[in-house]
Design a protein around this ligand. Structure first.
Ligand SMILES: *Cc1c(COP(=O)(O)O)cnc(C)c1O
Length: 388
């Protein structure tokens, strides 16, 4: 049956029932699978049969998780990884050759920046960055050896929005692979393939798990590109564990209801912050004051879970604010049931030179809130007492 709606896809996509006729998918903790006879084994290794051989290649639980993400993102095929970063690294390692070049937005996840700046250059893979307000300079950054355009939207931690259709059009015009890290939006709020993305990457550790328990990652997109990523990965071993896949597949069943509530709470928190005297500005995609509000409405169905704001008084005020927080967690994670606050300039982004930091919107007083599922009044009260 054609599962048209994302809620139904997330709940009703299930591996075949076993002889026990279980209702909920069981956990298949098995590293390998058995063959009927010599001919079955030969045909399986010759890729003449689609079947599980070894859990580094595939496993029923990881397959179920990947199939759900593919349906929700409108992708042909995918592969699941042990973490978001193993998805990012394996995708680039599988698709790029020595001497290739990446064009990327500067506002990307910290470890992805480290990958581009310090690790891929070991194979002479270079990069050029554009700022979020410099989309008209992208074509001038493209070189004969450019292979990929890469971005995230909304960005971390400044919650800016990039025009995905425009990036997709540039990629298509120049024959480049367009890759989006869709972690902040989840497949429920935004489907980048609609705007021309060839591949979509998720850190499943964040909202897909949603309860701060397990690491996971996934890359989905065109069959042709995923086949390369699959062959790379089945030989190099970044596979997601079946246990984590089982957790993540169950988590997807509640993703739409969880994300609905996260977004409701985040909008309430953003509206409160906008009214507070100690706040210079608030960035939330579905606040009318967001510079790319119209674009956010076009690309996303709701504003997401992350709110950024600038506290008055710069970096010192940011530190004091963190110390005054009582209920919310100080943690590097996001997209958890528990609300989390971070102060990027003094913590996660402290090693980045100030001029580069400012280019990605990380001012001294910028605070990032990952709004959780506690009652919004309790979240707001903690923020209020810390701001005061
Ligand atoms: C967390 C995160 C990653 C990395 O994911 P891990 O599961 O922690 O390896 C990549 N991209 C974004 C946008 C993230 O927030």
């Amino acid at each position: 049956m054609n599962l048209k709606h994302t809620e139904t896809q997330a709940i009703r996509t299930q591996i075949e029932r076993s002889q026990f006729l279980e209702h909920s998918s069981p956990l298949y903790l098995t590293s390998s699978y058995v063959f009927e006879d010599a001919e079955d084994m030969r045909a399986s290794f010759a890729d003449e049969k689609q079947r599980n051989i070894y859990s580094r290649y595939s496993n029923p639980n990881t397959s179920e998780f990947v199939e759900k993400i593919c349906l929700m993102e409108g992708a042909e095929r995918g592969y699941a990884f042990a973490s978001g970063m193993s998805a990012v690294f394996s995708t680039f390692a599988a698709l790029l050759n020595a001497d290739d070049h990446i064009v990327s937005c500067r506002s990307i996840f910290g470890s992805t920046q480290t990958l581009f700046n310090n690790i891929l250059p070991k194979w002479n893979i270079s990069n050029s960055y554009f700022k979020i307000d410099e989309l008209d300079t992208i074509e001038s950054l493209i070189q004969p050896n450019t292979k990929v355009i890469y971005a995230e939207s909304p960005t971390n931690p400044a919650v800016d929005i990039l025009d995905l259709q425009r990036l997709g059009d540039i990629a298509k015009k120049h024959g480049l692979i367009f890759i989006i890290d869709n972690c902040f939006a989840t497949p429920y709020l935004q489907q980048p393939i609609k705007f021309g993305a060839d591949l979509v990457i998720h850190s499943a550790t964040k909202l897909i798990d949603g309860q701060g328990r397990v690491l996971g990652g996934v890359t989905v997109g065109s069959s042709e590109l995923i086949q390369k990523i699959y062959l790379f990965s089945r030989n190099t071993g970044p596979a997601l564990s079946p246990f984590n896949a089982w957790i993540l597949s169950k988590s997807l069943e509640t993703l739409p209801v969880r994300v609905d509530r996260h977004c409701d709470n985040a909008l309430k928190v953003a509206t409160f912050l906008e009214s507070h005297g100690n706040v210079n500005f608030v960035k939330y995609p579905f606040l009318k004051s967001h510079p790319q509000y119209e674009l956010a409405k076009k690309q996303m169905s709701q504003g997401g879970t992350i709110v950024a704001f600038e506290i008055k008084g710069g970096i010192e005020a940011g530190r004091k604010f963190l110390n005054a927080i009582q209920l919310l967690s100080l943690s590097a994670n996001l997209g958890d049931t528990r609300s989390i606050v971070t102060h990027p300039a003094s913590t996660t982004h402290a090693k980045i030179p100030e001029d580069i930091r400012l280019q990605t919107g990380i001012t001294g007083g910028l605070i990032r809130v990952s709004v959780g599922l506690e009652h919004p009044e309790d979240i707001i009260n903690d923020l209020k007492q810390a701001l005061n």
